[in-house]
Design a protein around this ligand. Sequence first.
Ligand code: FPP
Length: 263
Amino acid sequence: MFIGKKDVNKAELLALMEQVKSKPLPQHVAIIMDGNGRWATKRGLPRVAGHRQGVEALREVIKTSDELGIKYLTLYAFSTENWKRPATEVDALMSLLVEYLRKEIQELNSNNVKISVLGHVEAFPPIAQREIANAVEITKNNTGLNVNIALNYGGRAEIVRAAKAIARDVLDKKISLDDIDERLFSRYLYTAGIPDPDLLIRTSGEFRLSNFLLYQIAYTELVFTDSDVLWPDFDKRAYLEAIMEYQRRQRRYGGLIADEGTV
Ligand code: FPP
């Protein structure tokens, strides 16, 4: 199902909000925020203007997740492949991240949001690492919405890293080979202790996972927006519609539901 772009007024938004709240909500929503560059190019603006506008969409999605009582929000902000972009764009993304954290951390903290990071941030410029560490530290005891920001993250790299750490622990005799099962493996991922996403949303009409949460999304419901909904266009209504699409799905985890006939 595609989520399209429509105009919506405040009353409609409130009604949508109530409708979404009346049904089971995803506990964990993961988002591939795609299309910032195209949003800017369509307007004759530099790509970084799209990323800047993308931050506004991000703020709205965090706010709405909080209002709905969603417990975990995981955002793909910078992949291991994003280093291939021109240095000017990479630098702009780093600056935007630093600016965003500096500007928003107090408000996020006062809203009880807990920030965590998934990925190898040690490769980021020291100033970005400091700001990230600060945001994680300030919010570490918060008990509201968990916002996980994937930075220098790649699903395959995460799995390889986990396999290495497990091998190391076997060699060091901290665990035995027979201890290794899916539960134990999960504990070696960046997402240790976080339930798997119930819903994954990708904007901009691309049907790819782009190396995001490969281990964790085995049974996740996938929702892709229309190609005219680029990340900066992803407003509250689009988010609520994506959740409504999730609420229409029947999750079976490989099993059957009650009325699927007799054997
Ligand atoms: C994809 O659009 C988006 C990104 C690679 C970066 C996402 C970043 C933000 C939303 C803002 C910065 C994040 C934080 C946490 C402050 P694209 O550039 O691939 O778009 P395109 O496919 O149209 O080129």
